[in-house]
Design a protein around this ligand. Structure first.
Ligand code: NOJ
Ligand code: NOJ
Length: 597
């Protein structure tokens, strides 16, 4: 308790000082006297300076990769986005519908928010290019027989006919989301006729495709798993909701009921991806993997709606399930990349597409590491707007990383707990940007991946999507949210059964004296305790050393056995027998206070 009060004091002292002395120079003199928040501040100022140098580089990096005038995209037709100028290992000199749409969503947000008023003709070029690409006959079909699901084309807008993971049904959804965002702005600025003549026909083709095919299998966004995929379904849901609103606003009412009916069904389907213990969204219905995947974190940032609060139904960034998911996803990379070795259990690490990835070495990616930070910055925006945050049994393990003694409840922004948590979460978010910054080469270039062993850039250079992901995370850090899309007050229809297994948070504390280099892990008899794995066991936090601690979400009313292990440079020492054992309660937080034996 006493240490809790001191921590709260430290954090609020830090806040006050930050407000009074915003300049790094002044801080340098204060830090010796007030070392308490020096590390938090040092990181925040490192990230400030990265953001200011990297922003223009990222913007230029995006523009260089767009035809016809981009300096690194010679040969690309007007408005065509190349994935990367890399032509060998991998050859990314193609235009992917997914990458292009996410990139142009970023530019359209910048244009429509007034952040960059010079982009008008480039956005119009994109609209024309994509209207052409829709009509190209390709291995997935024609415009009316499934061709809209084709993932990539040559940069002169002709079909790529080699073998590939097709179709990928997120493309039409993402493309329509970008164009609808532009259309809404045009309507608000009295240009409805351009929307009706030039945008709506293209948007409608994509939305009709989504309406008619969302329930068919698809390759996931990583082009590998052919099943249903959380990201794909979630962006399809968003596209149909926004499409129905646009159709209503422009008098295209014949499509409204069809879009709405399918959107209802997708929203229902989305709920089924939840794995309650240990609390994450399984990325794909197929694939035979853990299911922990940046797919889900990307879903939360690309379906963020600043007016939807912390709604769990639409997986908003600050929803309890999205925060729980974020922790499970991040933790899955702590043990597998060399560059994460030695980083304490609740600090930022490098993250990749999914832990089992082997593509181009299976390294961390810049865009996935940025996505973690972006989800957290989005959450901070909403908590700030709402003037409170809520810790539920589902988000408890996430929040417990920042405050060992946190209890369930709603904390208003006037409480010290709110300040402690939001300060720590901002710092945690900055940590992910700092990881990407540390492994950004001195020229600021952002490739696709950075090496899991030494952090040097790997795979495609100058990946357009990497640059776009930097621009969106920097905006979120500055408190800027994209336009709302209508997620507020959506509910899952009563016909949809979403019965979920009950879960409870359990805190494991164990008192162990260790030597330098040793870490304590938790493993046990259920999936959330990694089924007695020693390689996937849960790394515990030593923040309250010699107490090592972690929180885990377990199924309620279930018999559980567990042990702690000491891992010392790969050597494992098990606790002596018998196994620790208890039955989880039906509700409430449980704390296990153990002493190593
Ligand atoms: C190329 C795809 O772009 C990539 O996502 C995938 O991992 C590899 N093929 C391997 O299937
Ligand atoms: C491979 C990625 O897995 C995929 O998502 C992306 O569309 C392509 N590379 C092109 O960047």
């Amino acid at each position: 308790m006493a240490s809790n009060i001191i921590n709260e004091y430290k954090e609020s002292a830090c806040d006050v000082l930050r407000a009074v002395f915003p300049q790094a120079m002044q801080w340098r003199f204060l830090i010796p006297a007030l070392g308490i928040c020096a590390s938090v501040f040092a990181q925040s100022s490192t990230v400030d300076s990265y953001v200011s140098t990297e922003s223009p580089i990222a913007k230029a990096g995006v523009l260089a990769n767009i035809g016809a005038n981009g300096v690194k995209s010679s040969g690309a037709y007007s408005g065509v986005v190349i994935a990367s100028p890399s032509t060998t290992n991998p050859n990314y000199l193609y235009t992917w519908v997914r990458d292009s749409s996410l990139v142009f969503k970023t530019l359209i947000d910048q244009y429509t928010s007034g952040q960059d008023t010079t982009l008008h003709s480039l956005v119009d070029d994109f609209v024309s290019a994509e209207a052409n690409i829709q009509q190209v006959i390709n291995p997935s079909g024609t415009v009316s027989t499934g061709g809209l699901g084709e993932p990539k084309f040559y940069i002169n807008e002709t079909a790529f006919t080699g073998s590939w993971g097709r179709p990928q049904r997120d493309g039409p959804a993402l493309r329509s989301i970008a164009m609808i965002t532009y259309a809404n702005w045009l309507i608000a600025n009295n240009n409805e006729s351009y929307v009706a003549d030039s945008l709506w026909p293209t948007i409608k083709l994509d939305l009709d495709y989504v309406m008619n095919n969302w329930n068919e299998t698809t390759f996931d966004l990583w082009e590998e798993v052919d099943s249903s995929s959380f990201f794909t379904s979630a962006v399809q849901h968003r596209a149909l909701r926004q499409g129905s609103a646009l159709a209503t606003a422009t008098g295209q009412t014949s499509v409204v009921s069809g879009y709405n009916a399918q959107a209802e069904d997708i929203l229902c389907f989305l709920q089924s991806f939840w794995s309650p213990s240990p609390g994450f969204m399984t990325a794909n219905t197929g694939g035979g993997r853990s299911g922990k995947d940046s797919n889900t974190v990307l879903t939360s940032i690309h379906t963020f709606d600043v007016n939807a609060g912390c709604d769990a139904t639409t997986f908003q960034p600050c929803s309890d399930i999205a925060l729980s998911n974020l922790k499970v996803y991040v933790d899955s990379f702590r043990e597998i990349y060399d560059i994460n070795t030695g980083i304490p259990a609740s600090e930022a690490v490098a993250t990749g597409r999914y832990p089992e990835d082997v593509y181009q070495g299976g390294n961390p990616w810049y865009l996935t590491t940025f996505a973690v930070a972006e989800q957290l910055y989005d959450a901070l925006i909403v908590w700030n707007n709402e003037g409170s945050l809520t810790v539920t049994d589902v988000s408890f393990p996430f929040f417990q990383q920042f405050e060992q003694n946190i209890t369930l409840g709603t904390y208003s922004s006037s409480t010290s707990t709110y300040s402690t948590l939001t300060t720590a979460i901002k710092d945690f978010a900055d940590g992910f940007v700092a990881v990407a910054a540390k492994y950004t080469p001195s020229d600021g270039g952002l490739a696709e991946q950075y090496s899991r062993t030494n952090g040097t850039p790997v795979s495609a250079v100058d990946l357009t999507w990497s640059y776009a992901s930097a621009l969106t995370v920097f905006n979120a850090r500055a408190g800027k949210a994209p336009a709302s899309w209508g997620a507020a007050s959506l509910t899952v229809s009563s016909a949809c059964s979403t019965s979920e297994a009950a879960t409870v948070p359990v805190v494991f504390n164990v008192n162990v004296t260790t030597t330098l280099g040793q870490n304590i892990y938790l493993t046990g008899s259920v999936g959330a305790l990694t089924d007695w794995s020693t390689t996937d066991a849960i790394l515990m936090s030593s923040a309250d050393y010699p107490i090592w601690s972690t929180a885990v979400t377990l199924l309620a009313n279930t018999d559980v056995q567990y042990k702690y292990i000491i891992v010392d440079n790969g050597d494992i020492t098990w606790e002596s027998d018998p196994n620790n054992e208890f039955t989880t309660p039906t509700s409430g937080i449980t704390t296990r206070n153990d002493v190593w034996r």
